[in-house]
Design a protein around this ligand. Sequence first.
Ligand code: GLA
Length: 389
Amino acid sequence: MLKLRSQYLGLALITVVAGGLGCASKSRQVSGSQVAGAANIDVKAFGQAPDGKQVRLYSLRNANGLTADIMTYGAIVVSLRTPDRKGQMADIVLGYDNLQEYIKISPYFGAIVGRYGNRIAKGKFTLDGAEYTLATNNNANHLHGGIKGFDKVVWDDKPVQRPDAVGVRLSYLSKDGEEGYPGNLKATVTYLLTNKNELRIEYEATTDKATPVNLTHHGYFNLTGGQRDILGHVLALNADRFTPVDEGLIPTGELKAVKDTPMDFTKATAIGARIANEHQQLKFGGGYDHNWVLNKGGKEMTVAARVSEPTTGRIMEIRTVEPGIQFYSGNFLDGTITGKGGRVYPHRWGFCLETQHYPDSPNKPNFPSTILRPGEKYETTTIYRFSAK
Ligand code: GLA
């Protein structure tokens, strides 16, 4: 594998067609006919990170022509192209055209966030009797892993080929003490673009000291392909409850029924239908920026969310084994970011659906635990499935 990797480093552009992945496929010999003809992986150099590390961009293409570009900086999904009801392909995620812009400023566009997705109050928690202090980067709180979270590091990479999917396996060693967290955490995220038109994300981690872990994907979706804001998208969440927050967006610890509130997405509803409601939770979030408690969440792979976009017919269905999902309606987008193709991203131009454990779990004993201990394995999967009607 190392040999293959050093070849990648030396060349500007390498196209690796599925069925011919050399070392990567040695242990899994898959013939070209098992992988439908068009599925392939391209790898190319994508610039240099501030620490001098080379960044690579993986372009995945499945048998049906869906594509995903994923870079090793931040494990970021740079683009994701899916068809509308007429078969027209468009890029349905927000981001930038080049690495330098991601480095300059990014509201976590398409990244893997970690070691802990969302907030830990005051950046403090107590574990096995010891108090830990994390980097604070969101007023007095710790958000999305701190100042230099998993979204800002270069991950090690390896192409992945499965009978029905192409992908990339990204690994990162988060050192003991990084951003204040205890333990050396070995994290691996495998992105797979399957021939069932899914972006499948498999997360794994192990540690040598007990630590909180809560990894998630922070893609900003716009199923119109960037033609208008996301308020007309119709969302259903498989959740009867959510975790209300205080003004600082820290959960109060309650699990509250969504019934008769604008937080109720048990029936498919346009994102914009009630977003301007005077409900206190919407005021705190400046719109939706909350965690929902998934029915059956944390127990089995379950449909967490379904989004449909009436003008293009695109549908995205999310399945996960996580207990929660953060729905963020792009409230901090304010037209100051110019993204891909010179497109300005106005208010609510993208939305995020981040499968996760609940925010601030290390300080909320009644929430499902996020603590990983030595000898245990953190393993979780989320699947985004794309179709059109
Ligand atoms: C999460 C947070 C939001 C915001 C966005 C990105 O969804 O809850 O408050 O930080 O990420 O800006």
